[in-house]
Design a protein around this ligand. Structure first.
Ligand SMILES: Nc1ncnc2c1ncn2[C@@H]1O[C@H](COP(=O)(O)OP(=O)(O)OP(=O)(O)O)[C@@H](O)[C@H]1O
Length: 267
């Protein structure tokens, strides 16, 4: 399978008035097309920074990011990825439908076509009825689904998601996880997903990337080869086995850099 994303020798250092922060060190990662990759690790280990480097929102101090063989900058200019972050980031003065239309509008897609596509996407995320409403009239879970629809509007081969379900209750979260998997299967989208939840990472992912405390390094990639993902999956012994594997990788051997707070820091 071809690589949707190739990261090599990535390092990210931030210099601030209070000193130097080593956010990422020696990150190498190949993400095959069509896979679902979660990034998990202690708070502050650089998960969001890694996602922002992929999205070309941050310029890496060293190393290279290739999105579908292009530089991250070119991929951003070509809108080769969609982004859905924790705060849904919808525009309050636009209707739900027009929020989903926005990326198509920016691409210059004619009005009738973009409207039809936005309506199709709202149907895909189960929100066909709310297109005329304002985002504030929707629940948090509905807003998240609108954000996902918007991220998929240009049919990007890659979807970058930073804790998109973090603020939701457990039931809504589990439902959206199942919906997201169904959408990705239908659209063959590659996903890079940041989460704090081991269960969420294992349920969603084909590969769980476990990172160490700052400076974030990849300490283990756990392959999750569950035969199906559905209602029964969370009770499946194979699911529990992978949970344990990720948990142990996160915990790391005593005294290892995986343990939270063990990262080197100048400040
Ligand atoms: N623009 C920036 N300037 C300075 N420091 C930054 C900047 N962005 C991130 N950092 C620092 O880099 C480190 C990694 O931050 P990042 O947000 O990537 O971690 P994270 O793993 O996503 O954290 P969390 O799990 O808590 O969301 C942190 O120490 C953070 O303070």
């Amino acid at each position: 399978m071809s690589a949707a994303l190739q990261i090599s020798g990535l390092r990210q250092t931030f210099t601030t008035a209070r000193g130097t922060v080593h956010a990422l060190a020696d990150v190498d990662l190949d993400v095959p097309a069509g896979s679902f990759v979660s990034l998990i690790g202690p708070s502050g280990c650089g998960k969001s920074t890694l996602l922002r480097c992929i999205a070309d929102l941050v310029t890496p101090t060293a190393g290279q990011v290739l999105v579908g063989g292009k530089t991250a900058r070119q991929a951003r200019l070509d809108r080769d990825y969609g982004i859905a972050f924790q705060a849904a980031g919808l525009l309050g003065w636009r209707s739900v439908l027009r929020n989903v239309e926005l990326p198509l509008e920016l691409q210059g897609v004619p009005r009738a076509r973009r409207r039809a596509r936005a309506a199709e996407l709202l149907e895909l995320v189960g929100l066909a009825e709310v297109g005329r409403m304002r985002p504030e009239e929707l629940s948090g879970g509905m807003q998240q689904r609108v954000a996902i629809a918007r991220a998929l509007a240009t049919e990007p081969p890659l979807l970058l998601m930073d804790e998109p379900f973090g603020a939701l209750d457990e039931m809504t979260r589990e439902r959206l996880q199942t919906e997201l998997l169904a959408i990705c299967a239908r659209t063959a989208t590659t996903v890079v997903f940041v989460t704090h939840s081991i269960a969420e990472a294992v349920f969603l992912s084909s590969h769980v990337v476990v990172m160490s405390a700052r400076p974030g390094r990849i300490v283990r990639v756990v392959d999750v080869d569950l035969p199906t993902r559905g209602e029964g999956t969370r009770q499946d012994p194979a699911f529990f086995a992978r949970l344990t594997e990720v948990r142990e990788a996160l915990r790391g051997p005593a005294g290892s850099p995986v343990a939270a707070g063990a990262g080197t820091e100048d400040r």
